[in-house]
Write a new protein. Structure first.
Length: 247
């Protein structure tokens, strides 16, 4: 890599400087001009960095590394090295040192399920969830197609209500008569604070983990007992899966 990257200089023309850099017809505020200059400076710095990467032969590998993220907005940055050996011969099968990567780091998808954190990874998670559920119903992805003849039950468990709250019921307005926008601070708050069961809501959320653990334990026991099986052998005849509903 050269010590200093020589960028091509623009060709000179006979155009007068006053004409080449004439002021625009529309006047702009100082703030607008400052923002524009700042954007131009950032673009110039980015262009210079890309030119250096291209000169060193790193631009294409970096593009492939970024492309493998699939649009992840919060990639995990890992540094270090990894070596895989053949335990029988001691031969090095693979060696990776992040210092030799284009970005100096190994970039991995964050895998976050929340759209507000990473839309790309959350979308991929939703697609994967659908495929896993579909495979369990009709086969595929190493699951035999014979599962399509097996009985299945989709049970939706809903937490108790503690009073009506402001919400977004589809295309209709809220009960209060207002169409709440995303991020409205009223969403989820009680319509009638004087009649809302705050004590019940607090106790339910405080004990929800223990209640869920007790429920799942007894559910397996009851299903095994109804089928005349032990809990140990139940796994060979039925599968229980849980998926939280996100609204």
């Amino acid at each position: 890599m050269p010590a200093q990257l020589q960028l091509p200089t623009p060709a000179t023309t006979s155009t007068p400087a006053s004409a080449a850099f004439a002021a625009p017809a529309l006047t702009t505020s100082p703030d607008t001009s400052a923002n524009r200059n700042s954007a131009l400076e950032r673009r110039a710095r980015l262009t210079a960095r890309l030119a250096k990467l291209a000169a060193a032969g790193y631009l294409a590998p970096l593009a492939r590394q970024i492309g493998s993220l699939g649009g992840c907005t919060r990639p995990i940055r890992m540094t270090g090295h990894r070596t895989r050996l053949d335990t029988a011969t001691g031969q090095i099968l693979d060696h990776l040192d992040t210092r030799h990567l284009p970005a100096g780091e190994l970039l991995l998808r964050c895998g976050n399920r929340r759209t507000t954190r990473c839309p790309a990874c959350s979308t991929l998670y939703r697609y994967d969830t659908y495929q896993l559920i579909a495979a369990g119903l009709r086969g595929g992805k190493t699951i035999p197609t014979s599962v399509a003849t097996h009985p299945r039950v989709f049970a939706t468990l809903t937490a108790p209500g503690f009073g009506p709250v402001h919400n977004q019921p589809g295309t209709t307005p809220c009960t209060c008569g207002t169409r709440h926008a995303d991020g409205d601070p009223l969403l989820g708050t009680p319509l009638n604070p004087q009649r809302y069961d705050y004590t019940g809501a607090v106790l339910w959320n405080a004990h929800a983990p223990a209640l869920w653990a007790r429920f799942t334990t007894h559910l397996r026991r009851e299903i095994a007992n109804a089928a005349g099986l032990t809990q140990r052998t139940l796994r060979h005849h039925a599968t229980l899966s849980y998926e939280p509903l996100r609204v």
